[in-house]
Design a protein around this ligand. Structure first.
Ligand code: CS2
Length: 497
């Protein structure tokens, strides 16, 4: 049999020989300098922040990225042989062609922290680096209600061995310790995850952790380090075989890990950088004095409905967001939930029209060019439900507003967990074991709810609120026996005014 010659990998060497319809970095990569360390270079970072930085490098060469994975070597092993380059496909981009496919060059270095500790510390202590950004998902922060979760195994490890950290907070603090020791300015720490008040929460966690190690270091961090809040938005389905095949055909060279996303993207950042920052506004980032309100609107009006579609759509045996939106009873329910139950929970923001924002989000969910799996959104429910839905419910209860509709997606999550447990399907969640146990004990009756309310760290104060327990119990009962017909019936009833 003839050996098929190996296709060359995408790299600096062949970047300028790509077909003309593939956009390539509009700057000399070799002339850029690393100014940002990023923890968590998953698909979202590579499809969002790294793209803004790719635009920015054409104006300012000082903000290339060193991308650091905290756990797995997968991204490093895929991208290092490609000089950090990878393709981004914009799904359903209106002009097709050139802007639909581009190669992103802003990641100049890819590291795997557990295997390359010295290199990561050298970057964190590099005076040229002035910003450390993070997309490590909700669970990566090891947060407690108002600081660090000191019982989390990674934090227990890091407090005992702070020079060889494993957690994100451990790395951030070790890097800041080195900078203080060497008389360097602190870096700014920018969380780009879907958490309300992400900067404030990370700041409290970092200071709490640092105080346990060295109060003087904590005081220095408090005085020197900015923790801006940010809101990030762009729908980014996980890379699948279809995008791999399209990219391979279009590039003519192999890309081990291309990424895809919708054309729309938004990034809003609070201006709390103490020692210089990239001129982000030049590339469409909104940099503002106070962005609180925007992060909350996005979490509540985009991410919460996403989770509602994920759990209720899965119970309806649907596979994608677009398919869930094509199910009139589910789309109708979600729209009513957004307009009538979530919008009233938002504070007024200058220039922000919540109903127009709802329209735009619903249109994005309907985009037929995007195959966004409900199963992807369903991951990590124990981390997502509290920040996406439970805050809105607690505020509605306090204000005397109804919570019946808001409880239905939460009940959908419980039914989803019970179904996975019954079918022996693994649940992707840091609480997977407890969820599997709780789900397996479910009988389908309203009593099941108490088992979920007893889970550690999910329901917070709501667990003890009899009004919430009653509303969640009713929503859970309304979905019984969780067949598609029963779910359709419950959705239709709940969508009534
Ligand atoms: C989604 C988000 O997977 C999920 O939980 O809700 O990743 C969502 O697509 C992004 O936040 C959109 O900006």
């Amino acid at each position: 049999m003839n050996q098929v010659p190996p296709v060359p990998r995408l790299s600096d060497a062949n970047l300028h020989a790509l077909p003309a319809y593939v956009a390539v970095p509009a700057y000399d990569r070799a002339a850029t300098r690393i100014g940002i360390v990023h923890f968590g270079p998953g698909a979202f970072h590579r499809a969002h922040q790294a793209v803004y930085l790719d635009d920015l490098l054409a104006h300012d060469p000082d903000w290339a990225i060193s991308a650091v994975s905290l756990h797995s070597a997968g991204v490093r092993d895929a991208l290092r042989p490609q000089d950090g380059l990878y393709a981004l496909e914009l799904l359903g981009a209106r002009d097709g062609g050139r802007s639909a496919l581009r190669v992103i060059g802003s990641i100049r270095e890819v590291l795997c922290a557990p295997q390359e500790r010295e290199a990561v510390l050298a970057r964190l202590a590099d005076p040229q680096v002035r910003l450390v950004t993070l997309t490590i998902t909700e669970k990566g922060y090891c947060l407690s209600a108002d600081g660090i979760d000191a019982g989390h195994p990674d934090i227990v490890h890091d407090l005992a061995a702070p020079r060889t950290p494993v957690s994100a907070v451990g790395w951030l603090v070790e890097g800041l310790r080195l900078r203080r020791e060497r008389g360097l300015a602190a870096y700014t720490v920018l969380s780009c995850d879907n958490l309300a008040d992400n900067g404030g929460r990370l700041r409290r966690a970092v200071l709490d952790y640092a105080r346990r190690l060295d109060p003087a270091l904590a005081a220095w961090i408090e005085a020197e380090t900015g923790f801006p809040r940010s809101m990030v938005d762009s729908i980014t389905p996980a890379t699948d075989d279809a995008v791999r095949a399209r990219v391979a055909a279009a590039l003519g060279v192999a890309d081990a890990w291309p990424v895809q996303r919708e054309p729309y993207a938004q990034w809003v950042v609070e201006d709390d950088f103490r020692h210089g920052r990239p001129p982000l506004e030049r590339v469409g980032v909104v940099v503002g004095a106070d962005i609180a309100g925007y992060d909350r609107a996005k979490l509540r009006l985009l991410n919460a409905p996403h989770s509602a579609l994920a759990y209720l759509g899965s119970l309806l045996e649907l596979e994608t967001v677009a398919a869930a939106m094509a199910e009139p009873v589910l789309a109708g329910f979600v729209e009513r939930l957004m307009r009538q139950d979530i919008v009233p929970s938002l504070q007024a923001l200058p220039g922000f029209d919540p109903q127009a924002y709802v329209d735009a989000i619903l249109a994005r969910f309907r985009n037929p060019a995007i195959r966004h799996l409900l199963a992807q959104i369903a991951w990590d429910g124990s981390q997502k439900i509290p920040v996406r839905l439970l805050g809105t419910i607690a505020e509605a209860l306090a204000a005397g507003r109804p919570v019946a509709r808001l409880c239905l997606p939460v009940a959908g999550w419980l039914r989803f967990v019970a179904r996975q447990a019954r079918n022996g399907v693994a649940i992707d969640d840091p609480l997977a074991e407890a969820l599997a146990r709780t789900g397996a004990a479910c009988t389908g009756e309203a009593e099941d709810v108490a088992g979920f309310l007893a889970l550690d760290g999910v329901f917070g104060a709501l667990a003890g609120d009899p009004r919430f327990a009653a509303a969640l119990g009713e929503a859970y009962a309304a979905l019984a026996p969780a067949t598609p017909d029963a779910v359709r019936h419950a959705l239709a009833a709940a969508a009534k005014p």
